[in-house]
Design a protein. Structure first.
Lengths: 211, 211, 211, 211
DNA sequence: CATGAATGAGCCTTCATTCAT
DNA sequence: GATGAATGAAGGCTCATTCAT
């Protein structure tokens, strides 16, 4: 897992407080600039200027644009963690669980839309970030696959479905819709999306109606 | 529809056979180079060289890289046309119809994977192509929405679903899976994908089992 | 005199009527384009397009931009001929003669302002046209010098002045003022200019008041 | 006045000694190259080479050729300041004052002939420098107009003349003659020019002979 | 460590001129 | 003669990266 991380962690971590401050300022600046101009159009000099440091100082902390982007994404890791189907047996029942997961996912995606757009752009351009995105996506898919398998085991989901493939498809459905809505800007009320996705999931998995 | 096309029409169309040949050679060369190097890394000079003409000749026919990409995508329009749910009432029944559509879609996507990857990359970078992709996608979504509505009218699909939203979600599910498989290279046998997608669609729409 | 003409006359004069027509169209087009875009920014292709002929046809008639400019200036020679102090003894008296000359000069300059601006621009850039302009200017200066000498001989002008130098200075005064007014666009009513110039000439030459 | 200056002020002034040195070297080099090759034929790379720096360094200090030309002209402003009719009442009398002014003007023009030629060339091509030249010229004209008005007030100059127009004409006469002589290279001994111009001014203004 | 300037390879674009049809 | 496309040399400009202070 660590192996797939673009920049496994900068070899030279700041040794002094001042160094750490500069580094942090650069990472924050990079996020601002990347979100504003896009990764490709952002120039090292812009990032440094935005951070209020000299251009040369950039190279004290990062080898190149990719490396600082990795740092940006790492710093935002928490924010970007995708909510997923809960693993705990839930007193709410499967449908409510799915609905909660979809709502949480969309809300999270919406909140981090700029970052998601950035990750998407950069994935289109650089294999390393394509791998990073794939890895995060895989984690999400795997969790949902486990949830599906559990429902099947409980006799609550269509046993004909391959949990892994079904999860790939249905998880992709959710993230694609979130992408289209919050990154591409296709108009649709969030609540409608939640309801539609939930109904499609419930139907698709053949989850029996609540008794 | 024409309005959304990136390069509405080349200002100066070739007036001689030779001009048309050179232009065609450039378009073909551009496709080769773009698919090989990616749009961003492709240089005008490479395209010209690949076409066997002088660098300057490129500008006789195109204003910039975007314009020739538009020509490439236009030339490949036919190939890239997405199969979709048939509009004819089908003696095979809805499930078979859906299966056929999914199979055709995946096959088409697979065949044009490089081009799809290119379009994806370029959409991540240039609004105009983002719009083009969205437009093509919309056509696909709209047709599927009509098919869903028809099934509902026939009492063959879950009436609780908004056909438009359901189509956005389910169509996105298919294309995302195709993307993940044929562009990102996630391993999965095509037949499994067809079966999974079909079952998910059938379930999601609550299409009744064949009598 | 012919020696100073930039392009002594195109070696290949048109042999057919069609050739002559194309050539004439090119010259007219060149004047339009040069006056509109300036000589430096005008492109051969623009001139040909304006003339409604193919780019290549330009070279059937002219070797380069300088040559067609020479043709433009040649064709406009008549229009641009500077009026000057009459050589005939004038029953109006010297002052009226000077006034008439100044009025005519300014009117002519004003009418051909765009062409004068063009000649000026091109003189700043190309020695050959610098020479052409100097040559035309010399003719004007020489005639005025002769007129001054005649007035001196008649006891009507300050004998202390070198007629040649005085003419250079006073003729330059007139053309510079015309340039500033009609090319640079400094605001001043033409009649005021005529009166001022005339009074300055009369004073400067010490022409006695009309009895 | 500052408003009309082509490049109001370089956005990024050098912050280190080294930067200032390079900038100065570039300005000096530009003057050399422009005077040698003319503004239009001068290439950025030549200027950088002449300054002994890399081509790219040019852009550290200037946006384009126009901007460095503005710097060249600014740096030479002092040298190019036109002497003019003194404003102090002069014990020498008006005629001597005029002679002194003409002599000084011609001497200054001669000394800076190359720069004047450069300014002239560039004014023919770029509006911004046309404005700069006009502005400098206006200052010269205005001072002479004031001097003429003063002489009129003292009863020492033809009251029928509009001081402003007379100054435009007579000042233009002087600068045109200087241009023809020192830039175009028309042969004439400087002392003759001074004497002729002075006599013409004195006559034109009807300055009474020294008692 | 920070600074800010220097470096120069690299790509884009223009357009006068040539030439096959 | 006319056509319109091909040619390719020439310069402009950018910006990641290095480095002396």
């Amino acid at each position: 897992m660590t192996a797939a991380t673009p920049a496994p962690a900068p070899a030279r971590a700041p040794r002094t407080r001042r160094g750490a401050e500069t580094r942090a300022a650069l990472v924050a600046a990079a996020r601002t600039v990347f979100e504003r101009d896009g990764f490709l159009d952002a120039r090292i000099a812009d990032v440094a200027a935005q951070a209020g440091v000299a251009t040369g100082s950039f190279y004290t902390h990062f080898a190149d644009k990719e490396e600082i982007l990795a740092a940006v994404l790492e710093a935002a890791r928490e924010e970007m963690l995708h909510p997923h189907l809960s693993e705990q047996a839930d007193e709410l029942g499967p449908a409510a669980m799915i609905e909660a997961a979809n709502r949480a996912y969309l809300a999270s995606y919406r909140k981090n839309a700029k970052l998601m757009a950035l990750l998407d752009q950069v994935a289109a351009v650089d294999v390393r970030f394509r791998r990073l995105r794939a890895q995060r996506s895989r984690a999400f898919v795997a969790r949902n696959a486990r949830a599906i398998a559990r429902l099947q085991a409980q006799g609550l989901a269509d046993p004909a479905l391959d949990p892994r493939q079904a999860s790939r498809a249905l998880s992709g459905m959710v993230s694609r819709l979130a992408y289209a809505t919050y990154v591409l800007g296709e108009r649709a009320p969030s609540e409608t999306l939640v309801q539609t996705l939930t109904r499609l999931w419930v139907n698709a998995l053949r989850i029996p109606p609540q008794r």
